[in-house]
Ligand binder design. Structure first.
Ligand code: NAD
Length: 699
């Protein structure tokens, strides 16, 4: 049962009971309708309360039903709301904790609403590329006023009930309960107080007007234009709310319905819904059951107080977990602590962090030069130089001092985690935690599972990741793990495009128009071109037959490492991040092209995008087939949260699915014919070929 029915004297109570957030799936909707029928048929019942069990009134639609016929199956949400509205006995929504999306729309169908303070109220559909589809755009403006309602609908952000209750003239809440604890009792008393009130008030009958009418909606359209470049939904929200002010209620509902269905089929909304589910799925590891017993992690040690060590430490301090940082020299420790301090102070200055919070966080940070001081900590994360010899020395020390059961993690970006584990007598306790730079900002965390990493270690670090608000994705051990292994192919394609006729700016512009946060050359300048250079030097030894453009090496030979040296593929002015094209770099590219005897050709934006994105996809298909990634959606999460891939495309795998894998393979075969490119790489990955043959998709 996903909705309970009880009678308390003369009041019936329908309690949504569909954990975790009382999602309004088909069974729950049916439960509400059944409860309403029972209550209306029972002569002893004079009023009906609708409320939610546990931690929500209702979080809204069941997202798993989106896009399937189940969401529309009767009784659909609009029908259930009609049942509430048409009840001959008053219906009171008793609202607490969370009332969102369809949950709020359901509440707006009640005759009266009483809310507990602290309740989060939102219509977040826009975040999934949609608009509220069960009257939210028509009813919320009627109870909150047009502007307040439109702001909520367009932003999708949650607002506390007590804030909304203060809006002048608001009719969203008829009463605020004194506390969450007293809500049930107050709702009963309120229900009895309105049991005989007639006619029953309906939100749909309230007027809906904006005094400035057209001028206001013009202003609203301009506002959303800037913030919704790649998303159609916000502008459609404005249309629907405008319809609420200009049309009769039922005609406004028809506009909302039509717009909702249109948005449901847009690739943008499909991508956002895919990501919503993908993010939740990422934390699940197929062979690690959800109830795996976990290790307690209440303190952390970080080895190395450099760029990464400092950022990693901040994540834990932010979460209230004590951190002990270890370095070889006091100066290095002092520098590391000073950087952390500076970062926090900048946040305090901007008003993003309160002084007392800052003090609390810094108080959780201690430092040491001695490994023996680490024996009390539950987990250690190593972030020292990227050299296997240094890692060996560190892990031998850690093995010596860390208490039994402590988790030993490495932030290595390229080294073999199995090898690192082998430096200890406890490889089952060793795991890779690959943070992205800046580690206190970037959401992505690749959790690298070694061949011997224990299941409870995996389960524990996934929980730790949540505590420090990272989106964790599991990767197997391979060179570059999921993200960097793919980006190497992407970078190679960027180089070939320069050789064939592009400028760095042309490639970047095409990719940025596609939606990437940054094109590959701007990204190289940000990350440091010397990092790729070091990797290529290694590759030239390991894989002498692998083809590379030499332009990036030539650039590095000039010392143009990127933003950190003020010059890379572009020039940079100190303190600014604007990439200014540099004529010398363009000439260098041209000269190199000439030395190869290549006549430049005009390359379309479409080809640029396809070669770069499909190189990611082809490599990803291999990663998937090798079991390095557990599922295609994990790869999408890596690219969205770690590499600036556009959310409205839903990640490279989702994008490939949307383009059609048949078309992807066609393009790949075409690229293989290009003598300037790497025909060997452009063999469709076996998995990709198989999916096409079977008419399947990645997701
Ligand atoms: P860094 O040079 O900024 O910092 C390394 C720090 O480790 C230095 O402060 C150094 O003094 C200290 N150190 C070196 N040997 C040590 C030892 N034996 N004991 C204690 N401290 C020691 O380097 P970083 O960029 O922070 O990189 C650290 C690790 O993180 C590397 O494995 C790197 O591959 C990885 N990583 C870096 C990035 C990045 O973008 N910089 C991203 C992901 C992962």
């Amino acid at each position: 049962m996903t909705a309970q029915y009880q009678v308390h004297g003369d009041v019936a109570i329908i309690t949504l009971d569909n954990p975790p957030v009382n999602g309004l799936g088909l069974a729950t909707r049916q439960g509400i309708a059944d409860g309403m029928a029972k209550a209306n048929a029972d002569a002893a019942v004079r009023a009906i309360i609708v409320t939610g069990a546990g931690k929500a009134f209702s979080g809204g639609a069941d997202i798993k039903e989106f896009g399937s016929s189940k969401a529309m199956q009767e009784p659909n949400l609009n029908s259930v709301i009609s049942v509430l509205e048409n009840s001959t006995k008053p219906v009171i929504g008793a609202i607490h904790t969370v009332v969102m999306g369809g949950g709020l729309e359901l509440a707006l169908g009640c005759h009266y609403r009483i809310a507990a303070p602290g309740t989060s109220v939102a219509l977040p559909e826009v975040k999934l590329g949609l608009l509220p589809g069960a009257g939210g755009t028509q009813r919320l403006p009627r109870v909150l006023g047009v502007e307040a309602a439109l702001n909520m609908i367009v932003s999708g952000e949650a607002i506390k009930a007590e804030m909304l209750a203060m809006l002048p003239g608001q009719k969203l809440f008829d009463k605020m309960a004194a506390s969450a604890e007293s809500l049930a009792e107050e709702a009963l008393a309120f229900a009895r107080s309105v049991a005989d009130a007639r006619p029953l008030p309906l939100v749909r009958n309230l007027p809906c007007k904006h005094p400035q009418g057209d001028a206001y909606f013009q202003f609203a359209r301009n506002m959303v234009k800037g913030m919704s470049k790649n998303f159609p939904a916000p502008a459609k929200c404005v249309d629907a709310v405008e319809a609420a002010t200009k049309k009769k209620f039922d005609d406004g509902m028809a506009v909302e319905r039509e717009t909702f269905i249109h948005l449901m089929w847009t690739p943008e909304s499909k991508s956002l819904r895919h990501l919503f589910l993908a993010e939740r799925a990422a934390s699940k590891i197929p062979d690690v059951p959800a109830d795996t017993a976990q290790r307690a992690i209440n303190s952390i040690a970080v080895i190395g107080a450099g760029t990464m060590g400092g950022g990693i430490a901040m994540n834990f301090l932010n979460a209230g977990i004590p951190v002990k940082m270890l370095e070889m020299k006091q100066e290095a420790l002092d520098r590391g602590v000073a950087t952390i301090r500076k970062n926090y102070e900048a946040q305090v200055k901007k008003g993003k962090l309160k002084q007392d919070k800052y003090d609390q966080r810094m108080a959780l940070l201690t430092t040491t030069l001695s490994y023996d001081d680490l024996n009390g900590t539950d987990m250690v994360i190593e972030a020292v130089f990227e050299e296997i010899g240094v890692k060996e020395a560190v892990f031998k020390e850690l093995d010596r001092v860390m208490k039994p059961g402590a988790i030993l993690a490495s932030n290595t970006s390229t080294l073999d985690v199995n090898k690192i584990a082998s430096f200890t007598q406890r490889p089952e306790d060793v795991v890779g935690l690959h943070f992205f730079s800046p580690a206190n900002v970037m959401k992505l965390l690749e959790v690298v599972r070694g061949a011997k990493t224990a299941k409870d270690v995996m389960a524990t670090v996934m929980t730790v990741a949540k505590k420090i608000r990272k989106t964790a994705v599991v990767s197997g051990v391979c060179d570059g793990f999921i993200g960097n292994r793919m980006i190497e192919q992407y970078g190679r394609q960027g180089g070939f495009l320069l050789d064939e006729g592009c400028t760095p700016a042309q490639v970047d512009k095409a990719m940025e128009k596609f939606g990437m946060a940054m094109g590959p050359f701007r990204m190289g300048d940000l990350a440091g071109n010397d990092i790729g250079w070091a990797i290529r030097k290694r590759r030239y030894q390991e894989k002498p037959d692998m083809k590379y453009s030499k332009t990036a090496d030539l650039l590095c030979e000039k010392g143009r490492f990127g933003q950190k040296t003020g010059a890379g593929w572009y020039d940079y002015v100190a303190g600014k991040r604007d990439a200014i094209p540099n004529a010398e770099v363009v000439a260098m590219v041209e000269e190199h092209r000439k030395s190869l005897g290549i006549t430049p050709r005009k390359i379309s934006d479409e080809e640029i995008v396809q070669r770069l994105v499909f190189s990611l996809v082809n490599e990803a298909a291999r990663i998937l087939e090798e079991g390095i990634a557990n599922k295609a959606s994990d790869i999408d999460i890596v690219y969205i949260f770690g590499y600036g891939f556009p959310a409205h495309r839903g990640g490279p795998m989702n994008y490939a699915d949307q383009v059609g894998l048949f078309n992807v393979v066609q393009a790949i075969n075409r690229f293989a014919q290009n003598p300037m490119d790497d025909a060997k790489f452009w063999q469709p990955a076996p998995l990709l070929a198989r999916l096409v043959a079977e008419g399947k998709t990645f997701n």
